[in-house]
Each structure stands twice: as C-alpha cells, then as structure tokens.
Design a protein around this ligand. Structure first.
Ligand code: EPZ
Length: 420
C-alpha cells in the first residue's frame, strides 16, 4: 500500500502556482472529439484522471500527445464510439464522452461511470436530457448503448443543476440540428471554460455561468489552442492548508471571483485575504466561532471544499457545522479526523465541530479525493507524524502535491509499503 508520511506542527509559508482545473480539463478533453484538426491544451493538471482520459481518447482512435502540462489531441481520424469498460470504471468524467460521442458518431456505448465513492451518483438527468434531443437508450450486458443519429435541438429544463449533465448536454447539442436551450443549468466556472473552448473551435454557445445556456448545433468544429482555467478547489485547499498551520500563502493562477465563498468566510473570521487579478494572498490569525455552512451548487459553498473546511475548523473553529446537501457519502474523512483528536460528530447530513483541538499525528486512510486532501491538511496541522494511506485517491486530483507542500516548508514524503 502507498501513503504519505507527514511531519506536522510547522506553519506553511510561501507561494504556490495553482495548476489547471481537473473539473475543466476533463470535459474539455472529452469535447475535443467534436473537432477535426489539432487541439493544444495548456496548463493541463498532471493528475491520474487526466491520464485516464488520455487513455480513453487514444482508445477511441484519437492521436494524443502529453508532455508535462501540455496535451495535444487530434480527433480527425477517430475510429471508435465505445469506451472500453476498464476505462469507464476509472473515473466518472468518462460519462461526459457520451454527449460528445453522440454528436460525433451518432452513438455512444458507456458503462456505469466510476469516480470517487461519495454517493450514488446517478446519471438520470444526463439520460433525460439526451433523450429529449431524440437519443434512444438501450441497456445490454451492463452497458448502455445510446443511439442518436439525428439529434434535434430542443428546450431542456434540468430538475437539478447537475454539472456533468449540463456539460454532457452542451456537447451533444453541438451535434444537434437547431438550437438547444438548457434551463436550470449548472453555473460552475468550469462550464464557462468549456463554452469558451467550443466557441474558439467555431461553435456558438452562450449563457454559461448563468442558469440558462443556449447552444446552436451543426457548426463544424476545428481544433484550437486553449489554456485551462486555474483550479479553484486546489486553491481553496492550499489556502486552508496554510492558514490552518498558522502560516501564510501567495496563490498564483487563481481567479478570486471563483473563490468568493471561502474568501468571505475567512475574512469574516479575521484572516487577512488580499485578492488581485489572478492571485490571492492569505495570512494572519483568526478563528471561526458558531458558523454554519451548507454545500450548494455554484456560487454556493462547494461540496469539493467540505472535507478541507471541516479539517480547518477542527483546529481553527469552534461550535461550527457543515451541512452536506450534494453527496451523501462525503463524510468518510470524519472518522479519520476523530482518530487524530478532532472534536467532530456526524448528525444526519451535518458535520458538527465542537471545540477546536490540537490534533495528534496518527495512521489514517484516504477513501476519496477531497477527504484525502483534508487528511493531509490535518497531518500538517497536527503535532507529530501522520501517515495518510491510499495516495491513489489524492493523485486523481492534486498535481505535484509533495513538491508544492515542500515549497511551503511542509514535511511530506511518499512511501510504498510492501504487501505482507
Ligand atoms: C462534478 O461532478 C464534479 N466532477 C465534482 O467534483 C463536483 O463535486 C460536482 O460536480 C458538484 O459540483 C467533475 O466535474 C469531473 P453533479 P458531477 O452532476 O457532475 C445528483 C471532485 O472532487 N445527480 O453536479 O458528478 C448527484 O447524485 C469531484 O473534483 C443526479 O441525481 O456532479 C449529486 O447529488 C467530486 N442525477 C448532485 O446531483 C444526475 O444525472 C450533483 O451531481 C446527475 C447528478
């Protein structure tokens, strides 16, 4: 088993260049199958989910080259429309390819998508949206065959602003005849990045970032160059990490307008947060008492920062609570923080943080990406040494984690334990 060994108790101070956003890179790479000609994506995060998506694109017959943070994709000679099952299981984002493959090939073959086990994660909203454009689903041997040779633009109202469903329908709609309108669409900034890319390739999409997106189908899309937006969740993770250890941090490649929620509550707790174009400086001392947060779709409090916020509050907060409204299995990190001495309990959909505590280093296990990040934060804030097992979850979404933490003065090394 592989893990990180962390020596805590030192303030993290310094500068971090935030990487490209995982949750923008994945739908953008999926969208490249809509184009003919070469795409050059820069600022692509070096994470295992990107490696999985690259494998899928190659499996579909695209020519793909990956050199550090630059990925080029040419889908001109794509030959396949079905995603190999072993790749589907690796991550949820493979489901985005359904819409893109429908637009490109008129059909898509997918299996139930994988991803972090943070909840049931159904895809009914995706399916309903694709069906309303004329696609037909057929389940066979555990696979879903989606046929839609003649998709028609239509008006679709999502029952919930699902990020993935919004992106999937956007991609399918580029291949539909006529205009598609998505109402009650997700508003995440990653969706705006997707719109920017598709329009740069010759598409015509408007409204991303609002609750209503309009896609004009039938445009022939050519490859283009696109720099992926900074990862707001990674930025929030490092901001909590530094302040939680009593340090300070200068975040580069970070759009402050994407971080309004965490910045607002840290400022409210007395920390000094200075936002400038594409950078944030966070420092000072503060404490949060009697605060409550509820996760919600953007621009609400991001569920992807819930575990990291709980770890931060375990040390820097008192009598606070977080209500998780998006993923019902988001709480697995809590029992590991309790092992380290955190005064935390789970009550229904709520995490309740009592007194702030000095955490003690322990052996803990990551069970999903963001929970794993929270445990690394806890190890850096704790006294003594912490080991965080199952680094594979963390490598799905954090690029060059050890290097960035060491640059901030943190002590972290990866180890591999021989199986007995
Ligand atoms: C995206 O997941 C992100 N992943 C998640 O980030 C993020 O937590 C989530 O959006 C919410 O912001 C990527 O972008 C690759 P949803 P997605 O569809 O698209 C329910 C991370 O750690 N739902 O908005 O799967 C679903 O069960 C990951 O980076 C349906 O009921 O999220 C959940 O309760 C984790 N039916 C809620 O909607 C559907 O058809 C939010 O899901 C689809 C979703």
């Amino acid at each position: 088993m592989e893990g990180y060994r962390i020596r805590g108790g030192r303030p993290l101070e310094g500068e971090v260049e935030i990487s490209g956003a995982k949750n923008a890179a994945l739908p953008l790479l999926a969208a490249s199958v809509l184009t003919r000609g070469e795409n050059t994506f820069s600022s692509v995060p070096e994470i295992s989910d990107v490696d999985s998506m690259v494998k899928i694109l190659k499996g579909l017959g695209c020519s793909v080259k990956k050199e550090k943070e630059t990925v080029t994709v040419d889908a001109s000679n794509m030959s396949e429309c079905s995603i190999p099952e072993e790749f589907m299981k690796e991550m949820r984002s493979s489901v985005f390819l359904a819409g893109a493959l429908l637009a490109r090939c008129g059909e898509a073959v997918i299996t139930s998508p994988g991803g972090c086990d943070i909840g049931r994660r159904p895809i009914d909203i995706h399916i309903k949206g694709l069906e309303s454009m004329g696609a037909r689903m057929e389940k066979r041997d555990g696979r879903m065959i989606i046929k839609g040779p003649l998709l028609k633009g239509t008006k679709i109202r999502l029952k919930y602003p699902s990020v993935g469903a919004t992106e999937n329908i956007m991609l399918a709609a580029t291949g539909a005849e006529g205009v598609t309108v998505i109402e009650n669409s997700a508003r995440e900034p990653e969706i705006e990045d997707l719109q920017k890319y598709i329009n740069r390739c010759g598409g015509r999409i408007s409204g991303a970032g609002t609750g209503r997106i309009e896609i004009e189908g039938g445009k022939r899309l050519t490859g283009c160059s696109h720099r992926i937006m900074g990862d707001r969740i990674e930025a929030g993770t490092y901001m909590f990490m530094a302040l939680g250890t009593g340090g300070c941090i200068y975040l580069k490649n970070t759009e402050p307008s994407h971080m309004e929620y965490p910045v607002r509550f840290l400022k409210g707790g007395g920390w000094d947060i200075f936002c400038r174009e594409n950078t944030i400086t966070a420092k000072g001392r503060g404490s949060l008492r009697g605060c409550s947060f509820s996760t919600a779709p953007y621009p609400g409090f991001p569920t992807d920062l819930h575990p990291q916020t709980a770890a931060f509050l375990a040390v820097r907060g008192r009598d606070c609570e977080i209500e998780e409204n998006i993923f019902e299995k988001r709480f697995k990190y809590a029992k590991e923080l309790i092992k380290m001495g955190a005064d935390i309990e789970i009550s229904g959909k709520k995490v309740i943080i009592g007194d702030n505590k000095i955490l003690c280093g322990r052996e803990v296990e990551a069970e999903d990406l963001r929970g794993g990040a929270a445990l690394i934060m806890a190890g850096l804030m704790a006294e003594g040494t912490t080991t965080v097992g199952n680094t594979r979850y963390i490598k799905r979404g954090y690029s060059r984690l050890e290097e960035k933490i060491r640059l901030l003065g943190g002590e972290i090394t990866e180890y591999v334990q021989r199986e007995p």
